[in-house]
Ligand binder design. Structure first.
Ligand code: FEO
Length: 139
């Protein structure tokens, strides 16, 4: 997958969430670039740190609105978020233990990139449709 570009097919129809996803993709791309160009341990750690912090900010936003909107699929959605939280923590540990390995690069380029796209298109999209249907204000 490598670097990603925002496209309309990723829009869930909620400006706040779409804007966060755009920012999320930027942090993801920064991480891909830092790893691909071997920018050094400090830069890779920094970009991974930004990505993880922003992931938490974003997940917390969605979970807060899903809770407030009594979204029935919140447990399943949150379970997916928790899976990624755990995966990202594992990537940091792998990086701290062994630096940038081919496995780490593949995990970021392929697994993480695919996860982000798939999660937005399959999981977040359902919440976007629910929020519209229930007229939940998200701002
Ligand atoms: Fe946009 Fe469920 O993360």
């Amino acid at each position: 997958m490598g670097k990603m570009q925002w496209q309309n097919s990723l829009s869930v129809g909620i400006d706040l969430i779409d804007n966060q996803h755009k920012q999320w993709i930027e942090y993801y791309n920064d991480t891909v670039e830092a790893v691909a160009t071997q920018k050094g341990q400090a830069q890779v750690m920094k970009t991974l740190g930004f990505l993880i912090d922003y992931t938490e900010t974003h997940f917390a936003t969605e979970e807060r609105h899903m809770t407030a909107g009594r979204y029935p699929a919140l447990p399943e959605h949150k379970a997916k978020h928790d899976e990624l939280r755990s995966t990202l923590a594992g990537l940091v540990k792998d990086f701290e233990d062994e630096g940038v390995t081919p496995e780490l690069k593949k995990a970021i380029d392929t697994f993480l990139g695919n996860w982000l796209v798939q999660h937005i298109q399959e999981i977040d999209m359902k919440f976007g449709a629910y929020a519209k249907q229930e007229k939940i204000v998200i701002s």
